[in-house]
Design a protein around this ligand. Structure first.
Ligand SMILES: CC(=O)N[C@@H](C)C(=O)N[C@@H](C)C(=O)O
Length: 760
């Protein structure tokens, strides 16, 4: 409150107006290309979202374009005059032939889940699936899987299991055996037994299970043969075999005594299974049946601790998937992926014996800019180029995200987006040998790119990328002129005091992205904000970030440090951090800061630090371990006390692994010993609190299950007790990400004003 009074109304007005102009720049969430390799004309559809501060939700819309191939080979996009708002839509999935479109509308409360089937001109069918059949369809990007069968008669998907019946009592306290719907009143439902959930962002979500809807009759069947204890998702149809029952392939996650948090955590064991799909009408020539006895799901990837994102080749001859086995086996929540292929036998009965080939192994370290390993967070539902054996994938490569083409038979990996650039790319869709992607840098607003192969011989493929002029990323003149005055580059930072005991990968340079004004207004440097990602096995990419671009446009240089342990730099560098958190990562950040000071790019007396989660752990460590270095700090849901967090977080195993290293995976217990708690405390920012004196802003989500609010609050109160200026903003309805539009806006507005107060 005091700060609000001190910051002038003009300052708030100026900042909220400018931040708003950055905030409302839309994003493209998904896109589809139809028919682009067939003729001269094709179509594209873009699903666009934009934060809406008044409703505190993201507004979603669809914008279409016609693509016309010009005589010179280029493609012109003709955009529809306006986007159409998509209201209440949870998922949309075109059928393989693009003649039908599925729209799913999940219920807001106890209502049915609605499935709509659209043709090119109208709504063809609408089915309401009651809660007694299943709850909401999963659209979380992880369990999510909505898949049309090839002849477009059925759709398989993951949805919440129906709610278990709860004990019911009448008004006299009498137990009623039957779980009535209480139509006549006079009864009440007890809570029933508590069930484990998958933690952060899955609160209140029931177990994901598989269903198939027949889009002619609307009949919905639960898929049988799946162990009740498995959480399942990412379902796809196996290639159809004439006259035979169809199979579904899906991912299953099991758990032992407890479901540990799964969001951002690729270290949860999972496997790919095959199971017979229910059939909806009996066909005379179908020899196989669908009874519970012979439909038991079969684990296809027993030899791997992790397998997900199953994708069949267009000819149905092989199945490709990603594995995070290095993450599961080491206990690190995210690590270097591997890519695998298994041949898909024509005789379904042989699939269990199919050999798994490793297409891309886990890369330990890479020299001289060569491929650092696979780090992919998604694969398109149809990722294949025309040859049917090369897939296109987005993967983190140092501080950039790039697009790779991977020939899954030869193992050839090509970086198909321009290298030596400060840009990051995300993949929207592909059709034939044409790609729609988005490219941006910290100082370049996103740009839609159209990619096509211009040279295609066995040994030589060349891609051309053209800018697609589009109305989506139009931004205000103010934003445009602000970002035009900025520049960014990626710096290599040498490891300080590299010792013999370090692995080769851990001795290689890490990176920091430096963003600053193109021109120096005076002799003095602009104040610097050091920005630190969470995880710690995550990365801050060289892509356009609306709030960070806002901070640089109000007069700050940014130093975004991808310290060792970040993804994108090979497995050895990543695995060098667990066991050394609070020291190796802290020192990497301090080295990066010294690097820019030594280059004369930052003034040592005007440095602020900002980080969330593990980045908040580093922020609060830095103000304790290097109290003279920072004039202001801001921490979003920071890990300040591992000894407190371990008892309340959804990922207590993370506290063990990051504190002890990989041995922490086996040490993990729900009942930490006194020795564990002592070590957790000593590795935590709270153990350096007595030295901290930096004014600090705390942004805390009260619904955070990952880093519960108590750890940030405890540290903030302790700083206050010492007389250090602190400000705490609690967002009552936010989870770990603090991403709801109003909360995100209020956070960055306050960060800028807090830093202005102490840095300028
Ligand atoms: C695995 C994980 O969630 N770790 C947290 C402590 C964390 O740092 N989270 C990251 C993903 C974040 O940026 O929020």
């Amino acid at each position: 409150m005091e700060d609000e009074n001190q910051a002038t109304e003009q300052e708030y007005a100026f900042h909220s107006d400018l931040l708003h102009q950055f905030t409302v720049i839309p994003s493209v969430d998904k896109a589809w290309l139809f028919n682009s390799h067939a003729g001269l004309a094709s179509q594209a559809m873009f699903c666009v979202s934009q934060p809406n501060l008044l409703t505190n939700k993201r507004k979603k819309s669809i914008l279409s374009a016609s693509l016309l191939r010009q005589s010179d080979g280029t493609v012109a996009f003709h955009w529809a005059p306006f986007p159409i708002e998509l209201s209440g839509v949870s998922a949309m999935v075109p059928s393989p032939s693009a003649s039908k479109l599925l729209i799913v509308r999940n219920p807001e409360n106890e209502g049915p889940c609605r499935f709509e089937i659209w043709s090119s001109s109208q709504l063809e069918k609408e089915f309401h699936v009651p809660q007694s059949k299943h709850g909401s369809v999963y659209t979380d990007g992880w369990f999510e899987g909505i898949s049309w069968n090839l002849n477009e008669t059925c759709i398989a998907y993951a949805a919440e299991e129906p709610a278990p019946a709860k004990p019911t009592f009448n008004d006299l306290g009498g137990y009623q055996k039957r779980s009535s719907s209480d139509k006549d009143g006079g009864t009440w439902k007890a809570q029933g037994e508590w069930e484990e959930e998958w933690g952060e962002t899955y609160a209140g979500k029931r177990q994901p299970a598989l269903f198939v809807i027949d889009i002619t009759s609307g009949e919905v069947q639960a898929v049988k043969g799946i162990d009740k204890s498995l959480s399942v998702g990412q379902v796809v149809w196996a290639p159809a075999i004439e006259g035979s029952v169809q199979y579904l392939v899906f991912v299953g996650w099991s758990f032992e005594t407890r479901k540990l948090g799964i969001k951002y955590c690729y270290n949860r064991p999972c496997a790919i299974y095959a199971v017979k799909a229910p059939h909806h009408e009996s066909k005379a020539n179908e020899t196989e049946t669908y009874s519970t006895e012979d439909v038991q799901a079969v684990n296809l990837t027993q030899t791997l601790s992790s397998a997900f994102f199953p994708r069949f080749s267009p000819d149905g001859k092989f199945l490709v998937f990603v594995s995070a086995r290095s993450s599961v086996d080491s206990g690190a929540h995210s690590a270097t992926d591997s890519l695998h292929r298994m041949d898909w036998p024509e005789d379904m009965k042989l699939y269990q014996s199919s050999k798994i080939h490793e297409v891309i192994p886990v890369v330990l370290f890479a020299e001289d800019g060569s491929f650092p390993g696979l780090y992919c967070s998604n694969i398109l539902s149809d990722p294949w180029l025309i040859d049917g054996q090369t897939l296109v994938i987005a993967s983190v490569w140092h501080s950039n995200q790039v697009l790779l083409s991977i020939n899954v038979l030869s193992g050839e990996i090509l970086r198909i987006t321009p290298d030596n650039s400060n840009f990051s790319w995300s993949l929207l869709t592909l059709d034939g040998n044409n790609i729609l992607a988005v490219s941006s840098s910290p100082v370049d607003v996103p740009q839609i790119k159209y990619g096509a192969i211009v040279k295609n011989t066995t040994n030589d493929k060349e891609w051309s990328w053209s800018d697609v002029s589009n109305p989506i990323f139009k931004c205000s003149d103010k934003v445009w002129s602000s970002v035009s005055s900025l520049t960014s580059n990626i710096m290599k930072i040498s490891v300080k005091d590299a010792s013999e005991s370090l692995t080769k990968g851990a001795s290689q340079p890490y990176e920091a992205i430096f963003v600053s004004s193109k021109t120096k207004k005076s002799d003095a440097c602009d104040p610097l904000i050091v920005i630190l990602h969470g995880g710690p096995h995550s990365v801050l990419l060289s892509s356009f970030s609306r709030p960070l671009a806002y901070l640089s446009s109000v007069g700050y240089s940014l130093l975004i440090v991808n310290y060792r342990g970040s993804v994108g730099f090979g497995e050895e560098a990543l695995q060098s951090l667990p066991g050394k958190v609070g020291s190796q990562d802290v020192n990497d950040v301090l080295t990066a800061i010294d690097h820019v000071i030594d280059l004369g790019l930052a003034s040592p007396s005007k440095i602020a630090v900002l980080g969330g989660s593990h980045g908040g752990f580093l922020t609060t460590h830095l103000i304790g371990q290097a109290p003279e270095k920072f004039v202001a700090a801001a921490a979003r849901n920071p890990v300040c006390n591992l000894a407190l967090m371990v008892g309340t977080t959804d990922i207590p195993d993370w506290c063990y692994v990051e504190t002890y290293g990989t041995e922490g995976r086996d040490k993990f217990t729900e009942a930490p010993s006194a020795a564990d708690l002592t070590l957790f405390y000593s590795k935590s920012p709270i153990s350096h609190l007595s030295k901290a004196k930096t004014p600090t802003l705390f942004l805390l989500g009260a619904q955070d299950l990952r880093v519960p609010i108590s750890t940030g609050l405890q540290y903030a109160r302790a700083l206050r007790e010492k007389g250090v200026p602190t400000k705490v903003i609690v967002f009552p309805n936010d989870v770990h990400g603090i991403e709801r539009p109003q909360s995100d806006f209020e956070s960055y507005l306050n960060i800028a004003i807090w830093f202005n107060k102490y840095c300028k």
